[in-house]
Design a protein around this ligand. Structure first.
Ligand code: HEC
Ligand code: HEC
Length: 187
């Protein structure tokens, strides 16, 4: 029974169709960019994000566990297959750096904080993300700041609580520094 369930679910993962995802991403393009590289400050790029990460964020938006006035309506009617196809499409797109205004002194201070707080243990050494953990490298500065402040305040939606816990030791200034560092990295 268990084996059958696992086989069925892994078949589901491999059935994800990036080309179908490209078609389904048309309504998303005006905010996230046709290839998942957004240009609107505060709106995240999706290109190169791990498939599990994108899939899980869409599930959370659909179920109302993560809320955003702009984003939530676009997840409300997605099927699981739609989410898998969209996640596969965005994972296959090449991420580009955002045009964030980076303060080099803040980025340098942020680099030390990222080392001290072992952000790489989950986000990977290049901060490219893996599984349910997002890419941070080259993401939009305003978006990184918003999410980190939300995790610190324990108001951001968090799948398993690990990110809320990881943000607790950071002060207001340190959150700025860390965000500048992540945004400064080549994706
Ligand atoms: C009207 C603009 C808009 C449209 C259209 C839109 N989104 Fe979004 N999306 C946003 C914004 C803004 C956020 C950030 C929300 C927040 O601050 O928590 C977001 C967040 C996301 C996230 C989370 C990314 C992360 O790094 O946490 C995913 C995944 C996502 N959108 C996928 C999609 C998909 C797939 C579609 C199309 C079906 C879509 N979006 C359509 C504006 C939009
Ligand atoms: C124990 C694992 C873990 C550690 C350590 C960790 N993170 Fe995360 N992080 C996650 C996971 C998982 C998510 C996705 C949370 C969710 O939405 O469910 C996340 C999400 C984020 C996001 C939101 C990005 C987006 O696109 O939505 C930012 C920003 C972030 N982490 C920064 C950091 C920084 C900076 C550090 C170090 C101070 C750090 N993380 C340490 C696991 C971790």
């Amino acid at each position: 029974m268990l084996v059958a369930t696992l086989a069925a679910s892994s078949a589901g993962v491999f059935a994800a169709d990036p080309e179908a995802g490209r078609r389904k991403s048309e309504p998303c393009a005006k905010c996230h960019g046709a290839d998942g590289n957004a240009t609107i400050a505060g709106t995240p790029s999706l290109a190169g994000q791990p498939t599990f990460f994108t899939h899980w964020q869409l599930i959370k938006f659909r179920d109302g566990r993560r809320k955003d006035a702009q984003m939530s309506p676009f997840a409300a009617n997605l099927s699981d297959e739609d989410m898998a196809d969209l996640a596969a499409f965005y994972a296959a797109q090449r991420p580009r750096a955002r045009s964030s205004a980076i303060d080099p002194a803040k980025a340098a201070a942020g680099r030390e904080l990222v080392t001290r707080h072992h952000c790489a243990s989950c986000h990977t050494p290049t901060l490219a993300g893996q599984k349910q953990v997002p890419r941070l490298a080259g993401q939009d500065l305003q978006y990184l700041l918003k999410l980190l402040r939300g995790f610190k305040a324990q108001t951001a939606s968090d799948l398993d609580g690990t990110m809320t816990m990881a943000a607790q030791p950071l002060t207001v200034d340190e959150i700025e520094n860390v965000a500048h560092y992540c945004a400064s990295l080549r994706p």
